[in-house]
Design a protein around this ligand. Structure first.
Ligand code: SF4
Length: 343
C-alpha cells in the first residue's frame, strides 16, 4: 500500500492534466493524504468525479476563516481527556487522530489541519482515566470508538482498548466507527473481522458517500465483518457536488442493502471551518427523503440528521406531510384525511 502526502504527486499518477496552482496553498493549511486504493477509484476523465471531490484540495476550503473548528463543542464535553459525553447513556472515545486518507469534508478537520495540536493515538494513561470514569458512571451503556479511524491503530492496540472496555460491567454495547472498508478495505483483515465478531454487543459503523466507493473490495470487507457476526451500519454525509441527488443516494443505498449494510444516518455537513462549501442546505436533504418515500424501501432509507452546534446533539429531521388537518400522500398529489374515532 502506497500513501501520498502531495496532491500534485497523487494527481500525476492518475492523469496528465495540469496540477492546479492552488493545491499547494490549500495543502499548507489542510494537508493532503491519500492511498493508492482510494486514488484508483477516480475516473481521471471526469473533472466532477465524486471520489476526486472528496480527496483533492479545493480553494473553497480557504474561503471560510471565521467558522470554528469545533462548533459541536466536543472539547468542552469531555469529562476526561478523549472521552466525549453528550448523551446520558453513551460516549465517544477518540482513539487516534490518524486516518487512511484526509477527507476534505471531515468534521474533525482540526485533527489534521496545520498549526493545530493533534491528539495522536490514545495513551495507556488516557485509557486508564477513561476506564475509571466509565466505571464511576454506570449509566453510560455504550461507547463509540472513533477518531480519526480506530483501524489505523495496530491490531494489538485496538484489541487492548476493546479488552479494557469489555471489563467494564455497565457497558453493553461498543461501536467501532471506521471508514476503512471504504478507503482501504484490505485493512479489514479476516483476523480483525473475527476478533470484532467475537466481542458481544459490538457494532461496526462505516461511511460510504457514493456508489463509486462501493467496490467489490469494499463490499468484501463489509462481508468479512458480517460473516464474522458483526452488524454493519453506514453513515453518509450529504455533500454538494458528490451525492446531493435522490438518484445518486438511491444507487448507493440500494447497493448497501443488497450487501446487508444498513444505511443508518444521512448527515448534513456540520458548520466546521474549511468544509462548509460542501453544505447543501437542510431543505435539500428533506427533498431527497421525500423523493425516496414512494420508491425506496425503508430498509434503504437512513435517518436524516443535523448535529446542533454548541453540543446540542443530533436532531433527526423528517419531511412534513401535514396539510392543515389532512396529510399529503407519498407522491404529493393529494391531501387525505386521517380520522381517528374515539371509541
Ligand atoms: S476517515 Fe473520517 S475522521 Fe478520517 S478524515 Fe475521513 S471523515 Fe475525517
Amino acid at each position: 500500500m502506497k500513501f501520498y502526502h502531495s496532491a500534485a504527486t497523487a494527481l500525476r499518477t492518475i492523469s496528465r492534466e495540469a496540477v492546479p496552482d492552488d493545491f499547494a496553498e490549500v495543502e499548507a493549511r489542510y494537508p493532503f493524504l491519500a492511498n493508492d486504493y482510494y486514488l484508483s477509484l477516480i475516473d481521471p476523465a471526469d473533472p466532477d468525479d465524486p471520489v476526486r471531490r472528496q480527496l483533492f484540495p479545493d480553494r473553497a476550503e480557504l474561503a471560510d476563516e471565521e467558522s470554528e473548528f469545533d462548533p459541536l463543542a466536543e472539547a468542552r464535553q469531555m469529562p476526561v481527556p478523549r472521552l466525549i459525553r453528550r448523551f446520558d447513556d453513551r460516549a465517544v472515545l477518540l482513539t487516534t487522530s490518524r486516518c487512511a486518507m484526509h477527507c476534505r469534508f471531515c468534521f474533525r478537520k482540526r485533527f489534521w489541519a496545520s498549526d493545530l495540536d493533534h491528539p495522536g493515538d490514545l495513551t495507556e494513561k488516557d485509557l486508564a482515566a477513561v476506564a475509571g470514569f466509565l466505571r464511576r458512571t454506570p449509566e453510560i451503556r455504550e461507547v463509540l470508538l472513533s477518531g480519526g479511524d480506530p483501524l489505523m491503530l495496530p491490531f494489538d492496540k485496538l484489541r487492548h482498548i476493546i479488552g479494557v472496555l469489555r471489563e467494564i460491567p455497565s457497558l453493553f454495547v461498543l461501536r467501532v466507527g471506521s471508514r476503512m472498508p471504504v478507503v482501504l478495505p484490505e485493512r479489514v483483515t479476516q483476523e480483525i473481522a473475527d476478533y470484532l465478531g467475537s466481542v458481544p454487543g459490538l457494532w461496526f459503523l462505516t461511511h460510504f458517500n457514493h456508489v463509486n466507493e462501493a467496490t467489490d473490495a469494499a463490499m468484501a470487507a463489509c462481508a468479512r465483518l458480517i460473516r464474522a457476526g458483526v452488524p454493519v451500519l453506514n453513515q453518509t454525509v450529504l455533500l454538494r457536488g458528490v451525492n446531493d441527488t435522490p438518484e445518486k443516494l438511491e444507487a448507493l443505498f440500494r447497493k448497501l442493502i443488497a450487501h446487508r449494510v444498513k444505511p443508518h444516518y444521512l448527515f448534513h455537513v456540520d458548520p466546521v471551518r474549511g468544509v462548509r462549501h460542501f453544505a447543501t442546505g437542510i431543505d435539500r436533504g428533506l427533498e431527497i427523503l421525500r423523493a425516496f418515500r414512494p420508491r425506496l424501501s425503508s430498509l434503504a432509507v437512513p435517518t436524516f440528521a443535523i448535529d446542533l452546534p454548541g453540543g446540542g446533539g443530533k436532531v433527526a429531521l423528517q419531511p412534513d406531510y401535514r396539510d392543515g388537518d389532512k396529510f399529503r400522500d407519498i407522491r404529493d398529489t393529494r391531501s387525505i384525511a386521517y380520522e381517528i374515532k374515539k371509541l
